[in-house]
Design a protein around this ligand. Structure first.
Ligand SMILES: [Zn+2]
Ligand SMILES: [Zn+2]
Length: 269
């Protein structure tokens, strides 16, 4: 009784969030260049997947998770005029490559873009975008401010964030819990102590690459099993490969409360 009152109290303190799937595809995107398979040739819009990223918005704060190679188009498609911050999950190219295009937000917002990442990802950003961190910068390079995070909870504006460490083969990747919503991309294993941070979420996003086993990503069955284990009532799968199958066919076979994400999907929590 007391526990449920406490939970209700704490959850009601979270700001209302709108989540937009900017992209839901694996590193090559769907369709994949030069592929003629049934999924890559599909005319269904839900089979067109840009690289995986989400936008998280409260009434006053707007955050994007990862800057994919499709970041520019994702911002144009969603008509985004300003961003308060960018969070990074890990330094793989499909999650950072679009960072240079924050220049537009630097220009119109007249300030540095706030980036939040763990030290491993910060080191990679400084390497991959060295020109933006040089002592003598060429005019017009992205204006970036690095904020190093660890697993301690923090906030951006009114949005509370709890980092969750998950494993992507041997690479530690950050998932993020925003109030009642948890986003995890690029994982194939989560330690029990980190799973505790996910429990109680109302919505969980997980990567589900394909049906066949993969060394660094959950399969469809593994992702379903984890959602059921964590007892989260609603889940969406992302970071999807053309090898998974057509959206329409897979969606029909998922258990209740579990869906495939698709580009442009918006959910509220
Ligand atoms: Zn990825
Ligand atoms: Zn990755």
């Amino acid at each position: 009784m007391l526990t449920s009152q406490l939970i209700n109290l704490s959850t009601s303190n979270y700001p209302q969030l709108k989540i937009t799937f900017l992209g839901s595809g694996t590193s090559s995107g769907v369709p994949m260049i030069a592929c003629d398979c049934a999924v890559c040739s599909s005319s269904d819009k839900k089979d067109k997947r840009l690289r995986s990223s989400i936008m998280v918005e409260s009434a006053t704060t707007r955050i994007v998770v990862d800057t994919t190679p499709d970041f520019r188009y994702q911002m144009l498609r969603e008509k985004v005029k300003s961003l308060h911050a960018i969070l990074f999950t890990h330094p793989h190219k499909d999650h950072i490559a679009g960072l240079d295009d924050v220049r537009a937000f630097n220009y119109f917002g007249e300030q540095a873009m706030q980036l939040y990442a763990n030290q491993m990802t910060i080191d990679a950003l400084m390497r991959e975008f060295a020109y933006a961190f040089a002592d003598k910068k060429y005019p017009g390079v992205p204006n970036l401010e690095l904020n190093s995070i660890d697993l301690s909870p923090f906030s951006i504006g009114d949005i509370p964030i709890i980092p969750i460490q998950v494993w992507h083969l041997k690479m530690p990747v950050y998932g993020f819990r925003f109030g009642n919503f948890t986003y995890i991309t690029d994982a194939n294993r989560i330690e029990e102590s980190e799973k505790e941070k996910i429990r109680g979420s109302k919505i969980l996003v997980l990567n589900a690459l394909r049906k066949e086993k993969h060394i660094s990503h959950y399969t469809l069955d593994e992702a379903i099993e984890l959602v059921l284990e964590l007892n989260v009532p609603q889940a969406y799968f992302t970071h999807i490969s053309h090898q998974l199958g057509k959206h329409e066919d897979i969606e029909k076979r998922l258990p209740q409360g579990i869906h495939l994400a698709y580009d442009g999907l918006k959910i509220e929590v």
